[in-house]
Design a protein around this ligand. Structure first.
Ligand code: AMP
Ligand code: GLY
Length: 424
């Protein structure tokens, strides 16, 4: 079969690598893709939000299945656009992707269906938000309702910071319309875990757990980023916690979406916080995580095409999802200065060292071809993933492999997976 993947980051490279392993797949296209994806797929210069062009392309090339990696097109209705033309696409429709597209929607859903999360209020007016803050407990969390590249969450230590935050989001509209409505939420503390789950509208099958490192600098300092590295599984996500989450969070979420007339098909990504007061949901995403996909998918034993098709056809209950009994660590190599200002266009060397190795992956995030050479083309450039017998082994291997590649400006965190040592 012919598969089209929509997106251009490390997540889409990890999806493409999983799809390439399927014996059912004869050809992979990726729109728009990147220099790494181009080694296993034909990249086509169509943007992820160009639905008409993507649909036309899929018809022309007789694509059997389109897999959407990114949030923007999902929230914007790309799956609806494909389905309207009789094309098969993996991912939630717009009316279900809203679980990521509107934080106020997801908070109201959790409240209505008794799913554990931080207490909160939604605000459409800056004046009301400011008034509420006068009597609030600090620290407190402000969240832009809409998509804001993971940057729309502000943790405010006191009233002054929170007032400034409300102005940034609602008055100055730093994230545009995304901040016209905000959620003000109780501040929680604890370990974070990311759990991705395949869903077919009624059945949920969880993948192995992972943990992201969102801050730019070692020791969780610096600004929030898209993610500087991940490890999988999370030793803190015990069997007991997983059982609790399956009964009290994932299945109730999918049931709630169905009850609301918004059946969720695709990957539901639940960001959890393991607080002293039990497990609570931080957020939902309507897609694979990036870089979570880069540690979860290399550990998956199933043919991913079988799983995608079962989700679309509503027979996920027939699939036995299986993962290797090993561990994976992904260290992101970024451009120094990310997530603020950084330079790009620098040649990358050493990529050939990953060829032919089953336990190492070099997922491309921001790269492109220039005059026959691969150059940096973004804040996050590469995701260096290694598989190991356990997390310590995988971490050693991943950090070892970060030395194999060079480019001017190379920056990484040195403590990805270090939290694991606390669990030993
Ligand atoms: P979100 O996009 O909602 O996952 O938020 C991004 C990050 O902000 C999370 O990964 C947490 O580290 C942090 N965060 C979000 N909500 C809270 C909260 N209620 N309490 C503490 N930290 C939070
Ligand atoms: N790594 C967090 C995300 O994909 O949203």
């Amino acid at each position: 079969m012919k598969v089209l993947i929509v997106g251009s980051g490390g997540r889409e490279h990890a999806i493409a690598a999983a799809v390439a392993k399927s014996s059912k797949v004869e050809k992979i296209y990726c729109a728009p893709g990147n220099a790494g994806i181009a080694q296993i797929a034909e990249c086509v210069p169509i943007g992820a939000m160009e639905f008409d062009r993507l649909v036309t392309f899929a018809k022309e090339k007789e694509i059997d299945l389109t897999v959407v990696g990114m949030d923007d097109p999902l929230v914007g209705g790309i799956v609806d656009a494909f389905e309207a033309e009789g094309l098969r696409a993996f991912g939630p429709r717009a009316n279900a992707a809203i679980i990521e597209g509107s934080k106020a929607f997801s908070k109201d859903l959790m409240k209505k269906y008794g799913i554990p999360t931080a207490s909160y209020e939604n605000f459409d007016s800056a004046q009301d938000a400011l008034m509420y803050l006068e009597t609030a407990k600090f620290p407190i969390v402000l969240k832009a309702d809409g998509l804001a590249l993971g940057k729309g969450v502000l943790i405010c230590r006191d009233l002054e910071e929170a007032k400034t935050g409300v102005r940034t989001l609602m008055t100055d509209r730093q994230f545009g319309a995304a901040g016209d409505r905000i959620v003000i939420e109780e501040f929680m503390t604890g370990r974070e875990v990311s759990v991705l789950a395949f869903c077919d509208g009624k059945t949920v099958k969880c993948m192995t757990s992972a943990q992201d490192h969102k801050r730019a600098k070692d020791g969780d300092q610096g600004l929030n980023t898209g993610g500087m590295g991940t490890f999988s599984p999370s030793p803190f996500y015990t069997k007991e916690i997983a059982e609790f989450c399956e009964k009290q969070i994932y299945q109730p979420t999918i049931d709630a979406m169905a009850a609301e007339g918004r059946p969720f098909t695709g990957v539901l990504f639940t960001g959890l916080m393991l607080t002293g007061d039990g497990v609570k949901v931080l957020e939902y995403n309507a897609r694979f995580g990036d870089p979570e996909a880069q540690v979860v998918l290399p550990r998956m034993k199933n043919d991913i095409i079988d799983v995608f098709e079962a989700c679309i056809d509503g027979r996920l209950d027939e699939i036995d999802l299986e993962f290797e009994d090993n561990a994976a660590v992904c260290v992101v190599l970024a451009s120094d200065g990310y997530p603020e200002k950084y330079e790009k266009g620098f040649p990358i060397t050493g990529l050939e060292r990953f060829e032919g190795k089953d336990d190492y992956f070099c997922f491309h995030a921001g790269t492109r071809m220039e005059d026959g050479a691969i150059v940096t083309n973004g804040g996050r450039v590469l995701g260096i993933t290694a598989l190991g017998k356990d997390l310590i082994d995988a971490r050693e291997k991943a950090y070892g492999a970060t030395d194999w590649v060079s480019f001017a400006n190379k920056y990484m965190r040195h403590d990805i997976g270090k939290a694991v040592d606390d669990s030993l």
